[in-house]
Design a binder for this molecule. Structure first.
Ligand SMILES: O=C(O)CCC(=O)C(=O)O
Length: 275
């Protein structure tokens, strides 16, 4: 089933993203935040560095979000009915830290071809201009992939600090979301986000990305789950869904998936960053 309205689809087509979309209730978003904070308390380094990836492999709460029919209905409107989940990342910006995301295009280093995929950014906490919500350079998805400077800044939350320079900030639009809402963005849209200047955490749970089953990983191996429809291509390794938090077998799968992901993200890079 497709759920985006013609107006929402036109926004995606014209601007390269669509928001806000109602995805989860406020209570569901609260439950996700509690799951993160429970993991941080019980396993303090579990979500550090590479640990921000693939949390849906070790937590049934996050697994359920990825397979949420409301989210999938919106995703289906864009990439069709055969859908794989090929990765997730937590983008957390704590108050009093300097974390930011430089302007970049997701498709630059991710190796997913063709671009029949879409990224879902789910607001676990609200996201606004004060706490460093994403900003989209609307329409930039219509251009080719751009040159990215690799800066490796310490506070950049991207792997290589990949940066599209000279983005006209005045032409970028903030993606303001209430907790539980989401945005969907195109593989080639230029986007980034600033520092969190509020007194609370800003947490985004990002499914990056939902891919059509026809999408290949041209730089390495990908660990996926079927979210909807049929996978007639079998390009990727399929992984089981977690039944309990931090199951040992699931932890191992996550570790392997992360090793492969690092090979992909740092393919051809001169050095490796902290994520
Ligand atoms: O969470 C952020 O501020 C940026 C996330 C991002 O770049 C992405 O989801 O592609």
């Amino acid at each position: 089933m497709s759920s985006l309205t013609p107006k929402q689809l036109k926004q995606y087509e014209d601007e390269g993203y669509v928001s806000p979309i109602e995805a989860l209730s406020k209570d569901e978003a609260k439950e996700i935040r509690e799951e993160i904070e429970n993991i941080e308390k019980k396993w303090p380094s579990e979500l550090d560095g590479l640990g921000r990836n693939y949390i849906h492999f070790i937590s049934p709460v996050f697994d359920h979000v990825c397979h949420n029919p409301k989210i999938l209905d919106a995703v289906e409107s864009i990439i069709g009915k055969n859908i794989l989940i090929c990765g997730t990342t937590l983008f957390v910006k704590n108050p009093n830290e300097e974390g930011f995301v430089s302007f970049h295009q997701d498709a630059k280093y991710i190796g997913l071809e063709p671009h029949n995929w879409v990224t879902a950014w789910i607001a676990v906490t609200e996201a606004n201009e004060e706490n460093g919500c994403m900003r989209m350079w609307a329409g930039s998805h219509k251009d080719d992939l751009k040159y990215h400077n690799q800066k490796f800044d310490e506070n950049n939350l991207l792997t290589r600090g990949q940066t599209v320079e000279n983005v006209p900030i005045n032409e970028t639009k903030p993606v303001i979301l209430k907790s539980g809402q989401m945005s969907l963005h195109h593989p080639k849209i230029v986007h980034g986000s600033g520092v969190n200047k509020s007194k609370d955490r800003r947490i985004g749970f990002v499914i990056q990305s939902y891919i059509g089953t026809n999408v290949e990983q041209v730089l390495g191996k990908m660990y996926v789950q079927l979210a909807r429809g049929k996978d007639r291509y079998s390009y990727h390794k399929h992984v089981k869904r977690p039944l309990k938090l931090m199951d040992e077998e699931d932890i191992l799968i996550r570790k392997k998936a992360n090793e492969e992901l690092s090979n992909i993200f740092y393919n051809g890079a001169k050095k490796v960053g902290k994520f």
